[in-house]
Write a protein that binds this ligand. Structure first.
Ligand code: SF4
Length: 680
C-alpha cells in the first residue's frame, strides 16, 4: 500500500526514508518563554510519528522580518536555545529537521515586537490589505543586508544542529514580493523586468549556498501567486531554473498569497488542487536539464492515498503535508502500518491553526487538541500511573467524544451516554454541508475508535434524575451534554412551518422552496449552504480551477437558479461573524454565488403563515416570504444531566456547550473535552 510514498529518496546529502515531508507551520510556540519545551515536544512527536523531514515554522532572519510577536527570530538567544532544543528532540526521536528561514516583508505587522518598531519594508511601497500597512521601499543597503541575513540564518541553522534549511520564498512573503509586478515596481537592479525581479531570490539562494556549502538547502517558491499582477507563469518557470542553477537542493512549491481572492487551504478547495503547479515547476526543470532537482508539492494534501496518487505520476518527487500532522502526528506511521482508516483527518477548518497563526494564540487543532500542548498532556498513561478506572461521559457530541477517547488513551474504562439516536451532536450536522464531508468522517472515526478500545456507547439515553444510581456506579463523569436550540419569544412561533435548525438538518429535503432562517451564526451559514447544495460548490480540482479562472479557464457560466430561495437574517453584527477569518470570506462568497440573501440589523416582529415580518434598520417593514421558517438564533446549555450528577454525588468535570453556549465552537469543545478528561 502507498508504494510511491514509501520509497526512500535524497535531498542534498540527506537520505529520506519516504516521500512525505512535514510542511512549515507557524505555531506561536516559537517565542514562548518555556525554554523551548513546547516546541521540542511538538516536533519530537511528529518525528516519532514518521515524518521524513520536518520543516519548522518560519523563523525570521531579522527582527524586521518577523510575521508577528509570536515568531521566532534566528538572532534572538532565547529563540536559538529553543530551536536547538527542538532539533535535538527531533534527532532523539529519529527524525530530520530543516529550519525555515523567513522574512515577511510587507506582511510583517507594524508596531508589534519583532518588526523593529518601524514600518515593515518591501521591494516597493505597495499597501497590503493583509497587514493593513504600506511598507517603506527597501534601499539597496536594505537589500544587501537582507540577503546577508538569510546567509547568516543558514549558518545559524547548521550551528544549531538542524539538518537543512528551507528558504521561504512563496505565499506572498518578502522574496515572493520581489518576483511579482504587483509588489515590485522598482526600476533599478532589483526590478523592472522579469530577470531583475528574480534577482533577489536568486541572490538569496546564492548567498545561502555559499554560506553553508554542502548543507541541504530547500527553496519554497510560489507556483502561482493567485493575485492580479502576480508573478507570470513564464517567470515562475524561469525562477525555478535559476534557483536550481544557484544551488537549490530541492524546490518546494506553494501557492497563493494572503491577499488572494482564490481560496487555497479551505475545505471548499478540492484536495490535490494545487499539485498542477508543482508539476509545472518539475516540467520547467526537466526542460532546462535540471530534472534531478527534487520538487515538493504542497497545499491541500490530506491523505496519504492522494499523495501516493500524485507521486505515482512521477511529475513530483515529494509531497509536503502540514496541517495533517497537526491533526495526527502519526499519520505516516499509522498509514504505513496499514491502518490509514485510523488516522485523525485534518478537516481543513483552519479554526485552531491558520486562524490562530495570524494572532498570538497557541496553534492547536480541532480534532487533536493536544497539538501544541504535548508537553502538558500525556498521550497515554504514564508507566506506573494510577489504576484503570471506570468513567462515564454524558453526551457524544464532539466534546464528549474527545473526552472519551482521551480517557481510553489514558487506560480507563469508558461508557458514553447520548440522548440522541446518533453520536456527533452539532458537529455531525456540519458533516452534511457540501465541502465538510470530513466532519462526518471525524465522528465516524471517533466512534470506531471508541468501539475498538472497548468503550460502550449508549444511544437514545438522555441522562436525567432517574439515572442518579446509574451514575453513582462510576468513579467520575465528564459532563458534555451539549446545548439546545433557543426558541426566541416571537408571535407565530407555534405555526406548523416553524422548525428549529436541528429539525432542518435532519430532513433538509422536506423544506419548501422559500426558507427564512432566523439567526446568522455559523449554523445558519452551514444550513444555507446545505439548502442550496450543488449550486456553488465545485468538487474536482479541474472544476475548481476553472471556476476561479486559475489555469487559463474562464469562470463558469452563471450559476443555475438556486433550488431554494434562502434568506438568512440577523439582528446585529455580521452574518457568519463567528467563523474564522480564513474561512468566512469563502463561505460568504459561496452563499452569494448560490443566491442566498442576507439581512442584518433587523428586528423580528412576527412569524405569519406567509413568512417573517421584520423591521429593518431604517424602521421599514418587510415580509420575508417563506414556506419554512428555521430558528437558528442561539443555544442554551442542556442542564438536566448536571442535576442528575449533583444528586448522584459523583465527581464530574464539564466540557463543551454545557459550560456555556457563548462563543461555543468545536475547537473550544474538543479542547475542553481533553482537559476535562485529564482533570478527572
Ligand atoms: Fe486541520 Fe482544523 Fe486541525 Fe487545522 S484545526 S489542522 S484545519 S483539523
Amino acid at each position: 500500500m502507498f508504494d510511491h510514498v514509501f520509497r526512500s529518496g535524497a535531498i542534498g546529502g540527506l537520505t529520506l526514508p519516504h516521500r512525505i515531508v512535514m510542511g512549515a507551520m507557524h505555531l506561536n510556540l516559537e517565542a514562548l518563554e518555556d525554554g523551548g519545551a513546547a516546541l521540542a515536544a511538538f516536533y519530537a512527536e511528529r518525528a516519532g510519528g514518521g515524518a521524513a523531514l520536518i520543516v519548522t515554522g518560519g523563523t525570521a532572519v531579522s527582527p524586521a522580518g518577523a510575521g508577528g510577536p509570536g515568531y521566532g527570530m534566528v538572532g534572538d538567544p532565547s529563540h536559538r536555545a529553543a530551536l536547538r532544543r527542538a532539533a535535538d528532540a527531533v534527532h532523539a526521536a529519529g527524525g530530520l529537521i530543516a529550519l525555515q528561514l523567513f522574512h515577511a516583508g510587507r506582511y510583517a505587522l507594524p508596531g508589534v515586537a519583532g518588526t523593529d518598531g518601524g514600518a515593515p519594508f518591501a521591494p516597493s511601497a505597495v499597501y497590503s490589505r493583509f497587514s493593513r500597512t504600506t511598507p517603506r521601499e527597501m534601499s539597496a543597503d536594505d537589500i544587501a543586508e537582507t540577503v546577508a541575513d538569510f546567509a547568516r540564518g543558514a549558518e545559524a541553522a547548521r550551528e544549531l544542529g538542524f539538518d537543512a534549511v528551507e528558504v521561504m520564498g512563496s505565499e506572498g512573503y518578502l522574496i515572493n514580493q520581489f518576483t511579482a509586478p504587483l509588489t515590485n515596481r522598482r526600476e533599478d537592479a532589483w526590478g523592472g523586468d522579469a530577470e531583475r525581479r528574480r534577482r533577489f531570490p536568486v541572490e538569496v539562494m546564492r548567498a545561502v549556498r555559499a554560506a553553508v556549502p554542502g548543507f541541504p538547502v530547500l527553496f519554497r517558491m510560489s507556483g502561482a501567486d493567485l493575485v492580479e499582477d502576480g508573478t507570470p507563469p513564464q517567470d515562475t518557470a524561469a525562477l525555478a531554473v535559476a534557483l536550481a542553477e544557484a544551488g537549490a537542493d530541492a524546490l518546494a512549491v506553494g501557492v497563493g498569497w494572503h491577499e488572494s481572492p482564490v481560496p487555497t487551504v479551505q475545505a471548499q478547495v478540492p484536495e490535490g488542487t494545487w499539485a498542477v503547479f508543482a508539476k509545472d515547476v518539475k516540467r520547467a526543470l526537466r526542460g532546462a536539464g535540471h530534472g534531478a532537482v527534487p520538487v515538493i508539492a504542497s497545499n491541500r494534501f490530506n491523505r496519504l492515498s492522494q499523495a501516493d496518487e500524485v507521486l505515482a505520476g512521477g511529475e513530483v518527487d515529494y509531497v509536503a503535508m502540514a496541517r495533517p500532522f497537526l491533526a495526527d502526528p502519526a499519520i505516516v506511521a499509522t498509514s504505513r502500518a496499514g491502518r490509514a482508516e485510523a488516522v485523525d483527518l485534518c478537516i481543513a477548518c483552519n479554526e485552531a491553526c491558520i486562524d490562530r497563526s495570524f494572532g498570538t494564540e497557541r496553534v492547536s487543532c480541532l480534532v487533536n487538541p493536544r497539538a501544541g500542548y504535548e508537553a502538558e498532556f500525556a498521550a497515554t498513561a504514564a508507566p506506573g500511573a494510577s489504576a484503570r478506572r471506570r468513567y462515564a461521559v454524558v453526551g457524544a457530541g464532539i466534546a464528549g467524544l474527545q473526552a472519551a477517547r482521551t480517557l481510553l488513551a489514558l487506560g480507563h474504562e469508558v461508557e458514553v451516554f447520548e440522548a440522541g439516536a446518533e453520536p456527533g451532536g452539532q458537529f455531525r450536522l456540519a458533516g452534511q454541508v457540501p465541502g465538510k464531508r470530513d466532519f462526518a468522517q471525524t465522528v465516524r472515526h471517533h466512534v470506531a475508535e471508541l468501539a475498538e478500545h472497548g468503550a460502550v456507547l449508549h444511544l437514545n439515553h438522555r441522562i436525567g434524575h432517574k439515572d442518579a444510581a446509574l451514575l453513582a456506579a462510576f468513579e467520575g463523569v465528564v459532563l458534555a451534554s451539549g446545548v439546545l436550540p433557543v426558541r426566541p419569544a416571537l408571535p407565530g412561533l407555534a405555526l406548523p412551518h416553524v422548525i428549529d435548525y436541528a429539525q432542518a438538518f435532519a430532513d433538509p429535503d422536506a423544506l419548501g422552496e422559500r426558507v427564512a432562517v432566523i439567526g446568522g451564526g455559523g449554523i445558519a451559514v452551514d444550513l444555507a449552504h446545505l439548502l442550496t447544495a450543488g449550486r456553488a460548490a465545485t468538487s474536482t480540482p479541474e472544476e475548481f480551477l476553472a471556476a476561479h479562472a486559475v489555469t487559463g479557464g474562464s469562470p463558469s457560466a452563471a450559476p443555475a437558479r438556486p433550488a431554494r430561495a434562502v434568506t438568512v437574517m440577523r439582528r446585529g453584527g455580521r452574518v457568519g461573524a463567528g467563523i474564522g477569518p480564513s474561512t468566512r470570506w469563502v463561505a460568504m462568497a459561496e452563499l452569494r454565488a448560490a443566491g442566498v440573501e442576507t439581512l442584518v440589523g433587523v428586528e423580528y416582529e412576527e412569524i405569519t403563515r406567509e413568512g417573517v415580518v421584520v423591521r429593518d434598520a431604517e424602521g421599514g417593514h418587510r415580509l420575508v416570504r417563506a414556506d419554512h421558517v428555521v430558528l437558528a438564533a442561539g443555544q442554551e446549555p442542556e442542564r438536566d444531566a448536571r442535576h442528575a450528577l449533583l444528586r448522584a454525588g459523583v465527581p464530574f468535570e464539564a466540557a463543551g456547550g454545557v459550560t456555556g453556549a457563548d462563543r461555543l465552537n468545536a475547537v473550544r469543545a474538543t479542547a475542553e473535552g481533553l482537559r476535562a478528561a485529564h482533570r478527572l
